[in-house]
Design a binder for this molecule. Structure first.
Ligand code: SF4
Length: 359
C-alpha cells in the first residue's frame, strides 16, 4: 500500500479552544459503529452524561440549546475528551481534518481546508507544495478497478500540478492550460484512446467571449445550483453579489483592477500564490476520483472554478470593507467556502456537472 501526504501534513496541530470556528460547533457528527458500541458498554463515572448526549436512533452526538455539539464546553474544549481521554473519540472527531481518498493499494491523505488552522497554514505557505510517500506490505484488490485509467490520471495530475506551480507564467494562463489538458484528456478517453497530457488540441482551449457574463453566471452557481449548509453563508453570497455586480460592467472591471493593484501593495501573501495553492489543493484531492466516474473534465473545471469563486468572494469582501482585506478574512473565506463545498456530498457531485467554461 502506498500512502501520500502533502509536505505540510505533519505541521498541523489542532488549536482547540483557540479555534475561531471549532469543527464540533454546529456540525452533525455521525458516530461510527465501533465507537457507538464502546459508548454503549462504557461503565465509568461519565456513563450517564455520555449516554444522555448521544442520539442513539440517529447514531449522532446531540446538540445543546446553542445548537452546538453537546460535548463542547463553554471553554471550547471537548467534555468527552476531558473525562474519557483521546482514545474515546469517534473516528470523525479523531481524524478530522485529516481526509483520505481511497484507491486500490493507494491512500491519499490530506488536510481539509475547511479547518481554519489548515486554511491558515496553506494561505501562509509561499512554497510550492510537494507530496511525501510512504509504503508498506499491505495489499488489496478492488473489484472492477481500472488500474490503467488510474495511472493515466496520475500522470495527467502530475503534469497539471507542475503547470499550476510554474510561477514563470501568470495564474490565468496556468488555469487555461490545465483546462485545455482536461478537455483533451476527456475527449481521448471518450474515443477509447490512451489519455495523455502531451496530446492537447487547439479545439479544447477555453474561449471567453463575454467575461463579465461568465463570471456572473459562475458566481450564481453558489446560490442557485448548490446546497447551502450554513444560513449565514447565504448572507455572504447575497451581499457579495450586490458588491460584485450591483453596478455596471465597467465598474466591475474597474474594481477588479483596483483590487489587484491594492493586493500587490498589501501585506497579504501574493494573490497568484493564494490561487495556486487553492486550485492545487482541490485538484490533488479530487482529480483521481475520475477513475470511478470517468468525469475528468468535470473535475478539472470544478477545481479551477473553486479558485475563481474564491477570488470573487475576496473581491466582494474587499469592496464591502471599503477597499480593504485582512489575512484573517482571507483565511475565513477559504475555510467557509471549503465547508460549503466539501462537507456536502451533494455539492461535491454538483460542482462537477456544472458547465463552468465554453470551448
Ligand atoms: S476546526 Fe481544526 S483547529 Fe478548529 S477545533 Fe477543529 S480540528 Fe481543531
Amino acid at each position: 500500500m502506498i500512502y501520500s501526504y502533502p509536505d505540510y501534513y505533519n505541521k498541523f496541530h489542532c488549536i482547540a479552544d483557540k479555534c475561531p470556528d471549532t469543527c464540533c460547533s454546529s456540525w452533525q457528527i455521525v458516530v461510527d459503529e465501533d465507537s457507538l458500541n464502546y459508548y454503549e458498554n462504557f461503565e465509568g463515572e461519565y456513563r450517564d452524561t455520555l449516554h444522555k448526549n448521544i442520539d442513539w436512533a440517529e447514531g449522532t452526538f446531540k446538540h445543546n440549546r446553542k445548537g452546538k455539539c453537546a460535548f463542547l464546553r463553554d471553554d471550547l474544549l471537548c467534555d468527552m475528551y476531558q473525562h474519557m481521554g483521546k482514545e474515546s473519540l469517534c473516528t470523525t472527531c479523531r481524524e478530522y481534518p485529516r481526509h483520505t481518498e481511497e484507491f486500490e493499494n493507494v491512500r491519499e491523505i490530506s488536510l481539509s481546508l475547511s479547518c481554519p488552522e489548515v486554511a491558515r497554514m496553506l494561505m501562509n505557505n509561499k512554497d510550492i507544495v510537494t507530496w511525501k510517500i510512504k509504503s508498506d506490505e499491505e495489499e488489496e484488490i478492488f473489484e472492477e478497478f481500472d488500474y490503467f485509467l488510474f495511472t493515466n490520471l496520475e500522470d495527467i495530475r502530475e503534469e497539471m500540478i507542475h503547470i499550476l506551480q510554474n510561477r514563470d507564467f501568470r495564474i490565468c494562463d496556468r488555469f487555461s492550460k490545465v483546462l485545455q489538458i482536461g478537455a483533451s484528456a476527456q475527449r481521448h478517453f471518450d474515443e477509447g484512446e490512451l489519455i495523455s497530457w502531451l496530446d492537447v488540441e487547439e479545439q479544447d482551449k477555453v474561449v471567453v467571449e463575454k467575461e463579465y457574463e461568465l463570471l456572473k453566471m459562475q458566481f450564481s452557481f453558489l446560490s442557485e445550483e448548490l446546497e447551502i449548509l450554513y444560513e449565514d453563508w447565504n448572507k455572504v453570497l447575497v451581499e457579495s453579489e450586490v458588491f460584485l455586480f450591483g453596478d455596471d460592467e465597467q465598474t466591475f472591471f474597474q474594481n477588479r483592477t483596483e483590487f489587484e493593484i491594492w493586493w500587490e501593495k498589501s501585506t497579504l501573501p501574493p494573490m497568484e500564490i493564494v490561487l495556486e495553492q487553492i486550485v492545487v489543493y482541490f485538484l490533488s484531492i479530487y482529480l483521481l476520483g475520475a477513475v470511478y466516474d470517468e468525469n475528468i473534465i468535470g473535475k478539472v473545471e470544478a477545481c479551477v472554478g473553486h479558485g475563481i469563486e474564491l477570488y470573487m468572494l475576496l473581491l466582494a469582501r474587499w469592496l464591502k470593507n471599503e477597499k480593504h482585506l485582512t489575512k484573517e478574512e482571507l483565511v475565513e473565506l477559504v475555510y467557509r467556502y471549503s465547508r460549503e463545498i466539501e462537507h456536502s456530498d451533494e455539492n461535491l457531485e454538483q460542482v462537477e456537472v456544472l458547465k463552468w467554461f465554453q470551448r
